[in-house]
Design a protein around this ligand. Structure first.
Ligand code: ADP
Length: 192
């Protein structure tokens, strides 16, 4: 399953809640990149400049990373992706990976959030967590990158009949409930 939506829509928060309830790992490419930057790995070194600028890390690097991660044992029973795929090339790579495993996607949840609201949320997160890419001009750029490169994927998944749109504005638990109902409509039960 995938969670898709603009920066600040709450993908990471909801991915954690769902991952606990479903008992499958939540995989956030953003978190993996940040860990690598913190630990000063070669991957982190390559990704850092893109992240600081609010640009996508190149597809080849990102796709290799995700293929490795999804190939690990804990993903055998399913997984929840947060922040991937973000480009059409990443969709292609994920499709290829899943086909190779004889697996397929069950659902794509779009967390819908107004740009003004996400800018405000990220302003708060910048104060709390000090993420360099939450600086206001970088946030605006991330939103542009989202609009240009990622938003088009929503149509791709809608055409495949996989997309459920969920309002991402509201209390965290309320949004989780909305996702739960959207999944229930697809016959996917999320234990409480
Ligand atoms: P957000 O969704 O709030 O932008 P993320 O934690 O998902 O935050 O991503 C932070 C940064 O990590 C992105 O701006 C980008 O540089 C990099 N990144 C994360 N996921 C991907 C991806 N799938 N492809 C390319 N770059 C990515």
């Amino acid at each position: 399953m995938l969670l898709i939506g603009p920066p600040g829509a709450g993908k990471g928060t909801q991915a954690h809640a769902l991952s606990d309830a479903l008992g499958v790992p939540a995989i956030s490419t953003g978190d993996i990149f940040r860990d690598n930057v913190r630990n000063e790995t070669e991957l982190g070194r390559q990704a850092k400049a893109y992240m600081d600028a609010g640009d996508n890390v190149p597809d080849s690097l990102t796709n290799d990373l995700v293929r490795d991660r999804l190939g690990q044992d804990d993903c055998a029973g399913g997984f929840l992706l947060d922040g991937y795929p973000r480009t059409t090339d990443q969709v292609r790579a994920l499709d290829e990976f899943l086909a190779g495993q004889g697996a397929s996607m069950d659902a794509v949840i779009e967390l819908v959030a107004d740009p003004d609201v996400v800018v405000e949320r990220l302003r708060k997160r910048a104060l709390d967590q000090g993420r360099a890419d939450d600086d206001e001009s970088v946030v605006r750029h991330r939103l542009t990158v989202y609009r240009e490169q990622t938003a088009p994927l929503i149509d791709v998944y809608a055409q495949r009949g996989l997309l459920s749109q969920v309002d991402g504005i509201g209390e965290i638990d309320q949004v989780t409930e909305r996702i739960r109902s959207a999944l229930a409509e697809r016959g996917i039960r999320v234990p409480a």
